[in-house]
Ligand binder design. Sequence first.
Ligand SMILES: NC(=O)c1ccc[n+]([C@@H]2O[C@H](COP(=O)([O-])OP(=O)(O)OC[C@H]3O[C@@H](n4cnc5c(N)ncnc54)[C@H](O)[C@@H]3O)[C@@H](O)[C@H]2O)c1
Length: 348
Amino acid sequence: MDKETNKLGYAVVGLGIGRAHMEAASKSERAYLAAYCDIREDRLADAKRRYPDAKSYRDFDELIRDPDVDVISICLPSAMHAEFAVRAMEAGKHVLIEKPIDITVAAAMKIEEARKKYGVTVGVVHQNRYNVPMGPMKEAVDSGRLGKLFLGTFAVKWYREQSYFEGSWHGTWDMDGGGSLMNQSVHTVDLMQWLMGDAEEISTVMNICNHDIETEDLTVSTVKFRSGAVASLITTTCAYPGISTDIQLYGTKGTIEADADVLKTWKLADSDDEDAEEEEMLEKCSGNGRAEARDPSVLTGHRAVVEDMISAVLDGHEPRIMPLEAMKSVRIIEAAYESARTGRPVKI
Ligand SMILES: NC(=O)c1ccc[n+]([C@@H]2O[C@H](COP(=O)([O-])OP(=O)(O)OC[C@H]3O[C@@H](n4cnc5c(N)ncnc54)[C@H](O)[C@@H]3O)[C@@H](O)[C@H]2O)c1
């Protein structure tokens, strides 16, 4: 904490997607970028150019001993999240952890146990909940306007070149914890369970279709929910050149469909004027960038998540997504892989 400005000292470890965290912290009115850490010289040099006033560390143990640092964003390869988050918490730091919380439920539980033990604030990055159609979609489900939700269709039809995986932790079971499902689609699995409620059982087929990698690049699943609803969930990194992220809900009183941050369909039977309401909603939810441009108080993406974390620490409330909530998507994905390996439906 800066004693003169009362701003929170923010730090980031892992400067890949961690660059979005640095940018968010540096733009915050209530925090400042105190430090960053990586073991790659090129990334440290780039950070130094952008943020000359922040401290640069190669050694995580030095970072966590820095008294100016209050919060650390953990942006390391996925299987390192629990170990580094727990070390930061032991040192008394609050942590914001990139998705997935870690690659197993057991590792995620260690984060939750440390959170309780050290009494620090822990948030997890699932920034897609801030995509502009998601708030209204959730509201339509919770208020009953969609009626009884009977079907969801979720499809992450993305594309990754082979070069993305070469010499990388991506696409490895031990560091990435999976392929198109765990890495590219955990956000969509998070949205699926957030919108549709607790999942009960999953049946999955997985394949490696078009990459030389250990993990899958295609999964096709059927998910049953406690509510009785069913969803299909498709994930791939082979859909050239990258097509869409379908998030589609079908209830007895309406249909809502989105592609990532763009609403595609808004049909609610209880509307006074269905077409006018749809037109208004499609305009309002036509992309994060447009929403932010129209109303600068709207934050999406990493800025929204980092700002939520800063306010959680300063104002003493819980971050929007805590470990037990983030663990739900990892639990579903673990069950999906078990189903794919055994050829049987798996209870969640
Ligand atoms: N929220 C999102 O949309 C989003 C997007 C991309 C990645 N991610 C997640 O963020 C995490 C990082 O992914 P990435 O794409 O940035 O990976 P990356 O490989 O580009 O970056 C990871 C960085 O961690 C550094 N690192 C590794 N070991 C270290 C150590 N011991 N000490 C300090 N630094 C170390 C590496 O040098 C590298 O620069 C993953 O968990 C990934 O799933 C989230």
